[in-house]
Design a protein around this ligand. Sequence first.
Ligand SMILES: Nc1ncnc2c1ncn2[C@@H]1O[C@H](COP(=O)(O)OP(=O)(O)O)[C@@H](O)[C@H]1O
Ligand SMILES: [Mg+2]
Length: 447
Amino acid sequence: MEHERKTEDPAAGLESTERVSSASPSAPHLLIVAADGTWTSRPLPAGGVLTIGRGEVDVRVDERAVSRLHARLEIAGSGELRLIDLGSANGTVVGGRLVRSAGVTLHPGEPILVGRTVLSVHAPAGERAAEPAPRPLGTGPVAASVGDLVARAAPTLISVLLLGETGVGKDVVAERIHRLSTRAAGPLVRVNCAGLSAALLESDLFGHEKGAFTGATSAKPGLLEAAAGGTVFLDEIGEMPLEVQAKLLLVIEQRVVRRVGATRGTPIDVRFLSATHRDLEAEIRRDRFRTDFYYRINGLAIHIPPLRERRDEIDGLAALFADEAAAGLRRPRPPAFEPDARARLHHHDWPGNVRELRRVIERAVLFADGGAVTSRVLFAAGLPDHPLPAPTGAPDDDRRARLVAALAACGGNQSRAARLLGISRNTLIAWMRRFDLARPRAREVAR
Ligand SMILES: Nc1ncnc2c1ncn2[C@@H]1O[C@H](COP(=O)(O)OP(=O)(O)O)[C@@H](O)[C@H]1O
Ligand SMILES: [Mg+2]
């Protein structure tokens, strides 16, 4: 297991030569390199050419998937940036598209994918451009399974698409990405794309001039302008009408927004996050979503799994919501959870995901009335009452389900699960064998 340990150290592969770090002190562009949950930033020279790759180059990215001489970044004296792929084996991706040897114009903040490393160049931004110190990322309550991706994407300006069922925490993750980004001091503007007509959505997003349409009695900037220096979160993007997609695509490509009724555009400086519970590729096949727009918003997709697929997070989230609810009710402390209540929380399928869990816990804290949360309290709080299987004489299906729920409730601890079920540890182990439930530790020892 010792192989390639070094590439897992985020700082290891990212040294650059003197040429890069001895850049002109007058407001240089910043190059941000993000890998494995941390990021580094360094000023770029005011003009010139930088090579990127695994070999003897200016910006080293030490990953197997990266070619020795992978890509080249050109910085024109005018400030224009170009990125060129140097015939790399695995390609370079900018804004979701493969870069060829002809190169592409690079916009400040646009993510460059080289292997698993994300690089981005940021325009000088006065004080804030002064070398931000690398800081720890990805702590706090987002779904543990996506925490690493969130931390990796946040500091770049990559457009992130958040996917997952309703209630899994897409809003929570969007906010987390914004707060961990270099734009945390700027606004986070959420646009709900559902339930708005194309016309309303357009005037919300792009703003309008005075007299642009009946009722436009004064000029109004749109949300894209309002989010300058910050992040725009396009929620329920799967509901966005096709015509708005086409207009927004142009805005994202040109980085210029034109108010409805205006003759001239205004440059915008925003980072885009979006979210949907829909399968956008299926929407594309049904001609309800534009392919080119999809590639623009999907610099990186983060799938947030449903709560039933990460049951190990139930206890932590329940405790968090119980704390909050108790504080809201001015109770001195959150209630304890009886083992049967805990087993029930683990047994439920949570079709409404974390949102449903939060509601159930809030009501449970209320109904517990200062006492402990029992399964009866949870039932009163709206948790469906499909009973946990009876202890003995029940059909095997039920017994197996009960066993699984008990093990989950006890974090896999067999002695505690046995106690919870009211059976001996030996009986529990016999059940586990009978139902072919893995006993990883026991098996390892046996071999
Ligand atoms: N990881 C989490 N930590 C704390 N609360 C969460 C978490 N994930 C979701 N929630 C809560 O669950 C509810 C639904 O989350 P939300 O982000 O609105 O889901 P979605 O946008 O996917 O429908 C909100 O009340 C939110 O605060
Ligand atoms: Mg949401």
